[in-house]
Design a protein around this ligand. Structure first.
Ligand SMILES: Nc1ncnc2c1ncn2[C@@H]1O[C@H](COP(=O)(O)OP(=O)(O)OP(=O)(O)O)[C@@H](O)[C@H]1O
Ligand SMILES: [Mg+2]
Length: 450
């Protein structure tokens, strides 16, 4: 492993050389006798990661050195060494971005620990930057794959919305890419460095959802032992994604409306008004206008959420996108599953294109994943595709015997269950049958086994 490089800056020659001697056992060391000299050393030695500097020096003192280093583009950790008389400047240095300070005479034990922590801290910081970068890359403008004019229109809207703080409502069937679009908006907006917080409004019971969203004060209800911040507060300075907004109970709709009008709310059981700065993106696969007519959804809230609407059309209405989506996810899953699959045969593509994909991109993606896993060569062929696809299209299911059909159906059902990792509701949807039918069939297979 590469040794960390440390620059020691002190106008006192004895201190400087003693420190260098001690530290050179574990680090690469450089020395400088004043601020200007230190800047030159940093310029000449790109490996310097830590500067251990005296605060009081003639010409350029430690604070000025700190400011010059911070103004540069390198991520250098500053640790100051200070005498009793300059503690105040050490505190000022910390405020200006120094990592830590040590007092003279230097306790070598403390020096070791401080340097060790500084290295750890720096590592975490750069990892954090890298992770953020990766997320951004994952959600850049190209992550919504497709070359249809419909995808083009959506990306146009996304670009325009991203640069504002406007509330956006995403509509579309399940699996069309609404959550993906929400992510792209956030990670390409001015608050991309802020949090992206998601709430699934249909997953929680009414009471829990309220405190999840708005938080609660200590003692607000039995079991509320501590104050808890809600998702609105956690999303401060970023984006709150309200998924399945159609399932938001009416009582919470009122609170959300108030938030959208005034950007403020109270925690459950609290009287203190809390103000936050949060952009709201909501999504639903329900027909919200119908809900408004049925009075399940407040019309005033609907208009507030609906400042910008982005409708993501079902995949069957943009079949042009299928090819690109297939190759995108094929590459991805081949890498994930460590398979040498590089393409798909025209026959298999034809089968995929002729299906109507009721589960949209998510269903197509699942199908590609299972095909990649099943494939034995570098190309996906028809025989790697899940049976529910080939049965419908290829006509191979020539019913010369009823048992044949039964077997095919059974195979399709197990294949679908495999694709959905055993999620029966999802599998039923994939197969285009009711959940109850699926259970009935499974019972039947169990019976047959006895
Ligand atoms: N155009 C696309 N290109 C690439 N991947 C896509 C595209 N659209 C959707 N996906 C992928 O398909 C999956 C389903 O998309 P997403 O979760 O955004 O759908 P959704 O509309 O939120 O569905 P639901 O209503 O069921 O929550 C995700 O893994 C997403 O990354
Ligand atoms: Mg979703």
């Amino acid at each position: 492993m590469l040794m960390t490089s440390i620059l020691i800056v002190d106008d006192d020659k004895a201190i400087r050389e003693n420190l260098a001697k001690y530290l050179s056992e574990s680090f690469t060391t450089y020395t400088a006798s004043n601020g200007r000299d230190a800047i030159a050393q940093i310029k000449n030695n790109p490996d310097i990661e830590i500067v251990l500097s005296d605060l009081k020096m003639p010409e350029m003192d430690g604070i000025e050195l700190l400011q010059q280093i911070k103004a540069g583009s390198r991520d250098i950790v500053m640790i100051f060494v200070t005498g009793f008389s300059t503690i105040e400047s050490a505190v000022e240095a910390m405020r200006k971005g120094a990592y830590d300070y040590l007092t003279k005479p230097i306790d070598l034990n403390k020096l070791d620990i401080t340097i060790k922590n500084a290295i750890e801290n720096k590592k975490l910081r750069s990892e954090n930057i890298m992770l953020k970068q990766q997320i951004r890359e994952k959600f850049d403008a190209t992550s919504l794959v497709g070359n249809s004019s419909k995808i083009g229109d959506i990306m146009d809207l996304v670009k325009r919305v991203s640069s504002t703080k406007a509330t956006a409502l995403l509509l579309g069937e399940s699996g069309t890419g609404k959550e993906l679009v929400a992510n792209i908006i956030h990670y390409n907006s001015s608050v991309a460095d802020g949090p992206f917080i998601k709430v699934n409004c249909s997953a929680l019971a009414e009471g829990v959802l309220e405190s999840e969203l708005f938080g609660h004060e200590k003692g607000a209800f039995t079991g509320a032992l501590y104050m808890k911040k809600g998702r609105f507060e956690l999303a401060n300075g970023g984006t709150l994604f309200l998924d399945e907004i159609g399932d938001l109970p009416l009582s919470i709709q009122v609170k959300l409306l108030r938030f959208l009008q005034e950007s403020e709310f109270e925690r459950v059981g609290g009287t203190k008004t809390i103000k936050v700065d949060v952009r709201i993106i909501s999504a639903t696969n329900k027909d919200l206008e119908q809900y408004v007519r049925e009075e399940k959804f407040r019309d005033d809230l609907f208009y507030r959420l609906n400042v910008v609407t982005i409708s993501v059309p079902p995949l069957r209405e943009r079949k042009e996108d299928v090819k690109l989506i297939v190759s995108h996810h094929l590459r991805r899953f081949a890498e994930i599953h460590n398979k040498q699959v590089k393409g798909i045969t025209p026959e298999a593509m034809k089968v995929i294109k002729s299906y109507h994909w009721p589960g949209n991109v998510r269903e197509l993606m699942n199908c590609i994943e299972s095909a990649v896993v099943m494939s034995l060569s570098d190309k996906i062929d028809v025989d790697c595709l899940p049976p529910f696809l080939t049965m419908k299209v290829s006509g191979k299911a020539a019913p010369d015997a009823a048992s044949n059909l039964f077997e095919l159906e059974k195979k399709a059902i197990f294949e679908a269950l495999k694709t959905t990792s055993g999620n029966k509701a999802e599998a039923a949807r994939l197969l285009g049958i009711g959940l109850r039918t699926l259970y009935r069939k499974l019972d039947q297979y169990n019976e047959n086994q006895k």
